[in-house]
Ligand binder design. Structure first.
Ligand code: FMN
Length: 325
């Protein structure tokens, strides 16, 4: 995820168990693009012990093929193509989710990348641009190319992030694709993870926002799959996680500035505070110095009460996950 799943974030996730593999923030490829160090380091300095895929976004075929080739020189597990980003600035340029409106061009990109990538080539898509009824057409295209994994964020581009997903589309892909299909969208705890697998039949789960809020989610799901007890998390555990994140991101910054750092932390905190006291978000938003920031976190989290498993169903940044339970 842009500005989130960077190297320090991956390091912190790994302390809590981490996913089976990581995907970088996207490299936003265009004709004169050169690989950005800030993203590349999550490949070259990845010491999580888990594979990392490099994600590309763009619409210039020649440039995408060139950059995919350049990335082969680094220890990537594979190359992933982003067909889901809904940001207007991206879609206007017919990249990311915008490619779901330009099927011929999307297919030409997939074909060219497949030809150019000797190792794993994976695709991350949404289920359509305006409507999930577009998905059957997309699937026909994905089936024509030997992609290695298809990850489906089960919303359309216009649905952005705040609706239930369309599990039936993911199920259709599971039935029709030769490769593994990974379900993505709205997994926020073990129950919604199990629900997503049950409703889609997918081979695995990709978790985004839910992992920012609850980095224990990967190990909690693993425990649940193997019939072991699922560890409960307390407020003081969450405080420890926030402190790790704070330190790891600060240690990675080459321009450390305390005020800027507090603001950087707020990007993560907006997900973390959901479902904890309303005042927590209020005070975090107003924190300006590291002292304010740590004091507010300690005031709300420095005790052993258990955390709620899920954020509220209609919180600002999580929505529609109840349909997976
Ligand atoms: C802040 C933010 C940044 C994101 N950046 C990316 C990205 O770079 N590449 C990508 O494939 N998806 C990106 N996504 C989408 C997520 O990977 C995921 O598909 C979506 O949030 C739904 O899954 P979730 O409910 O588990 O978060 C981003 C989402 C958010 C909220």
């Amino acid at each position: 995820m842009q500005d989130v799943t960077n190297l320090p974030f991956m390091r912190v996730m790994q302390r809590y168990g981490g996913p089976d593999y990581y995907v970088t923030e996207y490299f936003r490829v265009h004709a004169d693009y050169t690989l950005e160090k800030k993203i590349l380091c999550s490949i070259t300095e990845n010491e999580t012990g888990r594979p990392v895929y490099a994600q590309l976004i763009g619409q210039d075929i020649e440039a995408l093929v060139r950059v995919a080739g350049e990335l082969q020189a680094y220890p990537v597990a594979g190359i992933d193509l982003n067909l889901g980003c809904p940001a207007p600035v991206v879609c206007r340029k017919d990249a990311g989710g915008g490619l779901l409106r330009k099927l011929d061009h999307m297919e030409a990109i997939i074909a060219a990348l497949r030809d150019a990538i000797p190792g794993k080539f994976t695709v991350k898509t949404r289920v359509g641009y305006d409507s999930h009824h577009e998905f059957a057409k997309l699937l026909e295209i994905f089936q024509r190319h030997a992609i290695d994994t298809l990850t489906i964020h089960g919303r359309t581009v216009t649905e952005r992030y705040q609706t239930p997903i369309h599990p039936e589309c993911i199920r259709m892909a599971v039935e029709q694709m030769q490769c593994p299909v990974i379900a993505n969208g709205n997994v926020v705890d073990v129950q919604t993870g199990l629900g997503a697998l049950r409703q889609t039949g997918a081979d695995g789960l990709m978790i985004g926002r839910g992992a920012i809020r609850n980095p224990w989610i990967f190990d909690q799901l693993r425990a649940s799959f193997s019939g072991e007890p699922v560890a409960k998390v307390s407020r003081s555990d969450l405080l420890g996680y926030i402190e790790h994140l704070y330190q790891e991101i600060a240690a990675h910054a080459d321009d450390f500035d305390p005020g800027k750092h507090v603001n950087r932390m707020k990007k993560y905190m907006l997900y973390i505070v959901q479902g904890i006291d309303e005042d927590f978000e209020h005070y975090i938003r107003r924190a300006k110095t590291p002292e304010d920031f740590h004091r507010v976190c300690r005031d709300f989290l420095d005790h052993a009460d258990p955390l709620p498993d899920r954020p509220p169903e209609k919180s600002k940044l999580f929505c529609g996950f109840d349909a997976l339970r």
